[in-house]
Design a binder for this molecule. Structure first.
Ligand code: S3P
Length: 201
């Protein structure tokens, strides 16, 4: 019987997709966009995909179908994104604040072997950012609640976020600096110019 040759040690292969997780106001969308531009990777916000698929805003889904309905839509949109990864187009995906807290979503990311990056900041700063966004940009967050509810939800969720592959402190750092830190820590490489179909050249 021929002996099986020991396989060569696996070379480090940088990930082809990165998922940004963390609480409301952590900057997942702005950091994701900056990281996408820096690497020439596609950026997408899972909440935007949910809204397109449902034909309703996140706030409308919460209002008409409750949080349970929103979580179902979120899970199914995440599955769809992961199914599309095999297309070979590198992408950054920002998840809504509750997505990674759902065990079945975290399990999907783990099974896909893609890194989740936890963007964190002191909860008071997160609250200030969300309050400002609600006032200035009219961003509607169904789970914003009162300052105390916000803090309680953050504390309850934090134990899930820290299971992410990488944690980045965002307080006092610019969006550009945070994007650079993620790229450096995960060894992410810039791709060539992308054609309109999303293929890199
Ligand atoms: C949610 C956060 C929101 C959005 C939805 C639920 C949450 O996204 O997905 O309102 O459960 O924390 P952001 O984290 O982008 O605000």
């Amino acid at each position: 019987m021929r002996r099986k040759r020991p396989s060569a040690p696996a070379a480090h292969v940088p990930p082809e997709a990165v998922f940004l997780v963390g609480f409301m106001g952590a900057g997942k969308t702005s950091v994701g966009r900056a990281l996408g531009q820096r690497l020439n990777w596609i950026f997408e916000d899972l909440d935007d995909r949910i809204e397109r698929r449902e034909g309703r805003t996140v706030a409308e889904i919460f209002r008409d179908s409750g949080e349970a309905g929103f979580r179902r839509a979120e899970h199914s949109a995440l599955r769809q994104v992961l199914d599309e990864l095999s297309g070979g187009v590198a992408r950054i995906v920002a998840l809504g604040g509750g997505a990674f807290v759902q065990q079945r979503n975290a399990a999907l990311l783990k099974a896909a072997g893609v890194p989740a990056v936890f963007l964190d900041a002191p909860v008071e700063e997160l609250w200030q950012r969300c309050s400002r966004q609600a006032g200035a940009a009219g961003i509607e967050r169904p789970l914003l609640g009162s300052r105390d509810q916000f803090r309680g939800l953050y504390l309850a969720r934090r134990q899930s976020y820290i299971r992410a592959s990488l944690k980045i402190e965002t307080a006092g750092h610019t969006v550009e600096a945070i994007a650079a830190e993620i790229a450096e820590k995960l060894g992410l490489k810039k791709v060539g110019m992308r054609s309109e179909k999303g293929e890199s050249e």
